[in-house]
Ligand binder design. Structure first.
Ligand SMILES: O=C(O)c1ccccc1NCC(=O)[C@H](O)[C@H](O)COP(=O)(O)O
Length: 273
C-alpha cells in the first residue's frame, strides 16, 4: 500500500467513526443547515485574487506549520500574525489533519481569530462533505485538499458542496485531462502541487510541470501553485500563477527572519514589464 493509500484509509476510518457517533440523521441535518447558512462574506480568497491579479500582484498564501510537535495553537497564532504583519502574507493555510496536529480544527479557529481580516484556509485530506462543514464552522474561508486523484468521481460533489457553503476550495489536478473534465463540471479554482509524484531530480522539472498545467487552464480559471523555493515562486508567477502557496520548506529556509522572506518573495514574484 502506498503512503497516500494508507493516509486515505486512515481518513476513511476517522470519518466512519465520527459519522457512527453522530448518526445519519444528525449528519443529514448538519449538512443541510450548513448549506442553508453559507459563509458571509463568501469566497474571500478568490475575491482577493480578483482584486490583485489585474494590478499585476500575486496573492501570497503562507502555510502556518507547527515548528515542533509541542507548538501550541496560541504559538501558531503568533506565527500567523508575523506572516501577515512582517512577511506580506495575504492569506494563510493551517493543517488540520491528525497526523500534523493534535489540535486539529482548534488550530484553524485560533489562527482565524488572531487575524480576522485575513482569509484562513484549512489544509487536510478532504473526502467527505462533513469535513467541509466542520471547516466552515471553524470560521475558515476555504480549504485545500480536494485532490482529484483521491476523490475521482466525487470531486465535482466535494467542489460544488464547498462552493455552496461560500468556501474557496481549489481542486488539485495533475494533468490536462483532469482540467478538461473538471472544467466541464464547473470547477474554476485549480491547485497545483509540483511535488506530487515527482521523483525526477532534473533541475527545473517541477517548474515545467507547473508551467504546462497552468497553460491548460480554461479562460477565467484561477490558480494556486505550491512553492518550496524562491526560484519556484518566481517561475510559477512567470507561468501565470494567480496565487502562491508558500510551503513550510520555503518558510523554514528563512528561520525566524520573516521580514527577509517577505522582501525576498516580493522581489521574486514581481514581474518585469
Ligand atoms: O502542496 C501543495 O503544493 C499545494 C499547492 C496548492 C494547493 C494545495 C496544495 N496542497 C494540498 C494538499 O492537500 C497536498 O497535495 C497534500 O497534502 C500532499 O502534500 P505534500 O506531501 O506536500 O506533497
Amino acid at each position: 500500500m502506498s503512503a497516500l493509500e494508507a493516509t486515505i484509509r486512515r481518513k476513511q476510518r476517522e470519518l466512519e467513526a465520527s459519522i457512527r457517533d453522530m448518526g445519519m440523521e444528525a449528519l443529514d441535518e448538519r449538512l443541510q443547515s450548513a448549506t442553508a447558512m453559507p459563509l458571509r462574506p463568501a469566497y474571500r480568497l478568490s475575491t482577493l485574487i480578483a482584486e490583485n491579479v489585474p494590478m499585476g500582484r500575486a496573492v501570497l498564501v503562507y502555510e502556518v506549520a507547527r515548528p515542533t510537535p509541542e507548538t501550541t495553537s496560541a504559538e501558531l497564532a503568533e506565527l500567523a500574525k508575523a506572516y501577515v504583519q512582517l512577511g506580506g502574507a495575504s492569506a494563510l493555510v493551517v493543517r488540520t489533519d491528525s497526523a500534523d496536529t493534535p489540535s486539529g480544527l482548534r488550530d484553524l479557529f485560533t489562527v482565524q481569530q488572531a487575524v480576522p481580516k485575513v482569509p484562513v484556509l484549512a489544509r487536510d485530506w478532504l473526502i467527505h462533505p462533513l469535513q467541509v462543514c466542520e471547516i466552515k464552522e471553524s470560521g475558515a474561508a476555504g480549504a485545500l485538499g480536494i485532490i482529484n486523484q483521491v476523490t475521482g468521481r466525487g470531486t465535482g460533489v466535494m467542489s460544488s458542496f464547498s462552493a455552496a457553503l461560500g468556501l474557496d476550495s481549489p481542486v488539485e489536478v495533475v494533468n490536462a485531462k483532469e482540467v478538461e473534465e473538471l472544467s466541464k463540471q464547473g470547477v474554476v479554482f485549480y491547485a497545483i502541487n509540483v511535488s506530487v509524484g515527482l521523483s525526477v531530480a532534473i533541475p527545473g522539472f517541477a517548474n515545467k510541470i507547473a508551467h504546462g498545467l497552468l497553460g491548460t487552464l480554461p479562460f477565467g480559471a484561477i490558480s494556486l501553485v505550491g512553492v518550496r523555493s524562491l526560484e519556484e515562486a518566481s517561475a510559477a508567477r512567470q507561468s501565470g500563477a494567480d496565487a502562491l502557496l508558500v510551503k513550510a520548506e520555503l518558510l523554514a529556509s528563512y528561520g525566524k527572519d520573516v521580514r527577509a522572506l517577505g522582501n525576498a518573495l516580493e522581489y521574486a514574484v514581481t514581474l518585469d514589464d
